[in-house]
Structures are given as C-alpha cells and as structure tokens.
Design a protein around this ligand. Structure first.
Ligand SMILES: O=C(O)CCC(=O)C(=O)O
Length: 276
C-alpha cells in the first residue's frame, strides 16, 4: 500500500505501464481550474494557444499549484520513490468536434531522458472518454525497448513529429476513461495514443510530463528541472523557479528558456519543425 495508490494499483503500473483512474480533485474543483485556464487563454492568447502549450506551469501559478498537488505527488512517490523532480508539462486540448489525434507512440523516444523510469501524470480538467478522445494504452508495452517511429508530420497529429509506431495490436488497447478531476499515470515507454474529439465539449488534459526519479538525466540538451521532492538534483542540473503569480515576469522567462531547450531536444535531427 502506498500513500495514495493501493498495492494493486502499484502492481498494475509495474505490469501494465499505467494506472487509472486516480481521484485528485473534485469535479467542481476541476471545473474551477478549467475556468481559470479559459480566462488565462482569453487574457494572454499569445501565451496559451495550440502552438504554445508547453510548460505553462512555469508561468501560471494555478497550473504550478496542480503540478504540486499533494495527491499527484504522493501517487508519483508511490511509483518512483521519494526523490524526484519535474521535467515539463503540456496542455493537451482537443476542441469540440475537432480532427486532432495522437498516434501510437512512446514518450521516451524523443525526450532525451535516461533511464526510462519516469512517469507522466495526466490530469483531466474536463471529461476524457471515448467520445471526447481519451488516451488508450497498450498494456505491458513498456517492458519492450523503444520502437521505430515513422515521422509523419500529419497536420492533425498533435505530436511534434506526428511520430507513429506501425502495426500496433490495437485489440489489447485499454481506454482510460477519466472524470473531471481524475488522473492517469503512465510509464515513459508504454505505447499510447488518442482519437479525435467527436463531442460538443472541450477535452482538456494537463500532462505533467514527466516526474523524474533521482538519477534520471537529460542527455540531449540542458538539464533544466523543477525540484519537487527530496534529494533530486545532480551537479549539472539547473533548477527552474516556481512562478509567484500568473504571468510573473521571471516565470515567463523561465518558461521561454525551458521551451527553447525542449524544442531543440524534441526536434533534434528532424526533417521539419513545427511551431510547438
Ligand atoms: O492527451 C492526449 O490525447 C495524449 C497525451 C500523451 O500522449 C501524453 O500525455 O503522453
């Protein structure tokens, strides 16, 4: 038994590479965060849009709050131990009746972080289900190495390179149905993807991507990290700061620095580069 996860959930993560659903905040709490997000998108459209969706927790206090939510951190601790930091975050938003999707992929492929023992917490701020385009996972696929990804750059594919693993056996896929305020946790190598949002509602996921246990390090770019719990920093780590308010100028510049570094890593050697 962990601090938040049951022994069965911890075993499921080890065996399958993911666990869901885990309650984080109430549905009302999630609706409140979603409202704050919408207000921030309206007020700062150049800071929060489909092409500027990475690391918003470094510039917006209400998202930093979610990244430090004790239930999220306790669940992560149950999976990776008590010393860990946060690499980044992504807002995965699918507008109502939009064609955007996420192809089958493994996060570890282009992240540049080794070893692959890190975990993403994906928090649903609105309902994530088959109709709105929830994530699906291939159980046990994290036991295999990183597989060949075809870089499609498909315009509806939300992933940076539209990277896609071919010939995935979809018959074993598990859909992660989440109510607003619930989260899923997934391993760096588990194969996953998601379908378009065919509903009239927005699907908003905030992915803390990812929490890294002590010892994990960036090998392709600068080692920028947000220290989270315990003894998590190494000598060449550069610690990022937390924002003191929404659009705190220091936070905005921390985010820009981290985003430039992340884009360089994600597009290293790519034949094309998109705006995010
Ligand atoms: O939000 C989605 O549909 C996909 C997110 C994803 O691939 C991830 O969090 O690793």
């Amino acid at each position: 038994m962990g601090k938040v996860l049951s022994q069965q959930q911890i075993d499921q993560y080890r065996d399958d590479g993911f666990v869901a659903p885990v309650d984080v905040i109430s549905e009302e709490g999630a609706a409140d965060y979603e409202q704050r997000l919408r207000a921030a998108e309206t007020q700062y459209p150049e800071q929060l849009n489909a092409e500027n969706r990475n690391n918003p927790h470094l510039a917006f206090k209400f998202l930093d709050e979610l990244a430090h939510h004790p239930v999220v951190l306790d669940a992560v601790e149950d999976l990776v131990g008590s010393d860990f930091s946060l690499w980044g975050s992504v807002l995965f938003i699918k507008e109502p009746q939009s064609s955007h999707f996420v192809s089958w992929h493994q996060d570890a492929t282009y992240m540049g972080i080794t070893p692959h023992n890190y975990v993403t917490a994906w928090i649903a701020l609105t309902a994530s289900n088959r109709e709105t385009g929830c994530m699906s996972m291939i159980p046990g696929s994290h036991h295999d190495p990183v597989q060949l990804h075809l870089e499609t750059f498909h315009e509806d594919n939300i992933l940076t390179r539209g990277q896609q693993i071919q010939d995935v056996d979809e018959s074993s896929a598990v859909d992660l149905i989440l109510n607003p305020g619930q989260m899923s946790l997934h391993h760096a190598r588990v194969i996953h993807g998601s379908q378009p949002n065919r509903s009239q509602r927005r699907r908003v996921g905030f992915a803390l991507q990812a929490y890294m246990p002590a010892g994990a390090r960036q090998t392709l770019g600068d080692n920028y990290w947000l220290p989270i719990r315990g003894d998590c920093l190494q000598p060449d780590f550069i610690a990022l700061k937390r924002p003191r308010a929404d659009m705190d100028p220091e936070g905005v510049s921390e985010r820009e620095k981290a985003n430039r570094n992340w884009a360089d890593i994600l597009y290293r050697g790519a034949s094309q580069k998109r705006a995010y």
